[in-house]
Design a protein around this ligand. Structure first.
Ligand code: ATP
Length: 511
């Protein structure tokens, strides 16, 4: 199955099994807005819980916050969003399609890198064991040319965006002969900046109403509450404030399912540190966050760091954790060293001091900030797409299985009476009421047992517990493992402890 096919299957599977629906579908949907169904909402909640536990519960010096989506409009002047939260857009005159100019250049560079990688792979096969890939990339003229060209393009893009030279961005697109993927033409408009914030009105009368923005990131709610939390929580630097919640961006191009939405959820943590120590903490959080991803058991090759060429106006270092989505490596999480930019700007705009008195140094300062920011919906897509498998079984039949990390699965176990009579449903329901105190479990008596197994494989249920005639005799049930499909007979009273070994989030938190 190629990656395009995989992506299509992932989208239709997500819909068919109640994970993700297009928003207001009966009205033909709303572009780049999605709803989470009965299984999606559980998976999303479990990802959020795992993040929250690892960040807040597992750190003595990190606390949570839930700030409102609406904020005083001056917030966005201070943060720079009113003037600088823009994306450069460009239209193709033939297809009438709109693109992000920076993404066109980045995709062009990525294609060149892929070409180079293919050449290197071919050469590795030719030369065998003695092959030195690094040396080959530096000396083979064709490969070197691809890589230099890719590097030069992203460097120039970064330079022109930093200098706000949009004419040069257009010139770059033209010089590189980048074409519209749809029409194949080079007939481009000028590049323009487009502000991504949604605005609305607060107040009942037109005259008295004031313009508000829907927050484009959750971070600012943390900054404006920095002193409230620090004082009331008696927090000492270094410390962090974590928050999850909705953010809104009027994205120019939104064509990749829940990867780029106009309404999405972020999980952010701002870590406040002594000035001068931010780069040490930046490295610390880069490693810590990658370890969090790895704890979920997805193959390491799905992840890579991408250090930024073009730094945002607030940052002195920034890196993305990229994930190999079905459409290639793309940003999943950002780790940013935001300096004292935000707190300083809020001090200036509000006239209120936002400083910390450091008892060890005997002085006050505006803390520096290292942020970790991950999109919950992107994390959902990363897990969902990398867990989707189509397997051919020994008897030649096929199953679709979602090999989600077990503690995050939407339904943890299904309790299945072999038949709908002879007291088996009653025993099954007893087991259900015992287990549902701890886990999200389901009772399912419809269809043949094999069909019920398939249904639960398809939503990633780690265990199926089957109640049969032997259960009545000796109080044992069969426990079927989603991944191995092995079944073992175990005593009813051992179920809870056996499930706990696989399903409890503490198994992940210990890693
Ligand atoms: P991109 O370059 O993909 O637009 P970004 O650099 O603007 O992302 P950040 O501002 O760093 O993203 O936001 C932090 C995280 O929020 C991202 O790593 C991503 O996981 C998530 N995120 C950002 N925009 C969206 C969106 N439109 N839909 C879903 N998740 C998003």
């Amino acid at each position: 199955m190629n990656q395009d096919e995989l992506f299509k299957k992932v989208i239709s599977h997500a819909k068919e099994y109640g994970f993700v629906f297009p928003s207001s579908e009966i009205y033909d949907g709303l572009s780049a807005v999605y709803d989470y169904g009965q299984n999606g909402v559980e998976l999303k909640k479990n990802i959020r819980d795992y993040w929250w536990k690892s960040m807040v519960q597992m750190h003595e010096n990190i606390v949570g916050l839930d700030a409102a989506i609406f904020m005083h409009p001056k917030t966005w002047d201070a943060s720079g969003h009113t003037s600088a939260f823009n994306d450069p857009l460009i239209d193709n005159k033939d297809s009438k399609k709109r693109y992000r100019a920076d993404v066109l250049v980045e995709d062009y560079a990525e294609k060149l890198r892929l070409k180079a990688a293919k050449e290197i792979e071919k050469a590795a096969k030719r030369f065998g064991e003695t092959f030195d890939a690094k040396l080959y990339a530096e000396t083979n003229p064709r490969v070197k040319n691809y890589l230099d060209e890719a590097e030069e393009s992203v460097q120039r893009l970064a330079r022109s965006l930093n200098a706000e030279d949009l004419d040069d961005v257009k010139a770059l697109i033209e010089e590189k002969g980048i074409v519209c993927p749809l029409s194949g033409s080079k007939n481009w408009t000028e590049v323009r900046q487009f502000n991504l914030m949604f605005s609305t009105q607060m107040g009942s009368t037109a005259e008295g109403a004031s313009k508000l923005y829907l927050r484009p990131e959750t971070a600012q709610g943390i900054f404006v509450n920095f002193l409230n939390v620090q004082k009331t929580g008696r927090m000492k630097i270094p410390f962090g404030i974590a928050q999850t919640g909705k953010a809104f961006r009027n994205e120019i191009v939104a064509r990749q399912f829940i990867f780029r939405m106009r309404e999405f959820e972020q999980m952010e943590m701002q870590f406040f540190v002594r000035p001068g120590e931010e780069l040490k903490w930046y490295e610390y959080w880069k490693e810590k966050r990658l370890a969090w991803h790895k704890s979920l058991g997805i193959d390491e090759s799905y992840y890579r760091f991408h250090d930024h060429e073009k730094l945002a106006h607030y940052a002195n270092a920034a890196s993305d954790i990229e994930f190999n989505f079905p459409f290639g490596f793309k940003e999943l999480e950002g780790i940013h060293s935001r300096t004292d930019f935000d707190l300083k700007a809020h001090e200036e705009h509000s006239g209120k001091k936002l400083q910390f008195f450091d008892p060890d140094l005997g002085e006050s300062y505006i803390p520096y900030v290292v942020e970790t920011s991950i999109g919950l919906d992107r994390m959902f897509l990363a897990l969902f797409s990398s867990s989707y498998r189509e397997e051919i079984l020994e008897d030649g039949s096929e199953r679709i299985v979602l090999k989600l990390p077990m503690p995050l699965a939407p339904v943890k176990a299904a309790i299945l009476p072999l038949v709908k009579k002879d007291g088996l449903p009653e025993i099954s329901r007893e087991i259900l009421s015992e287990l549902q105190l701890e886990y999200s479990v389901q009772y399912d008596e419809k269809d043949a047992i094999g069909k019920r197994y398939r249904r639960h494989d398809a939503i990633g249920t780690p265990f199926c517990i089957t109640v049969d005639f032997q259960t009545k005799e000796d109080g044992t049930v069969t426990l079927r493992n989603r991944d191995t499909m092995q079944q073992e007979r175990i005593k009813r009273e051992d179920l809870a402890s056996e499930l706990a070994k696989h399903l409890n989030m503490s198994n992940l938190l210990k890693k």
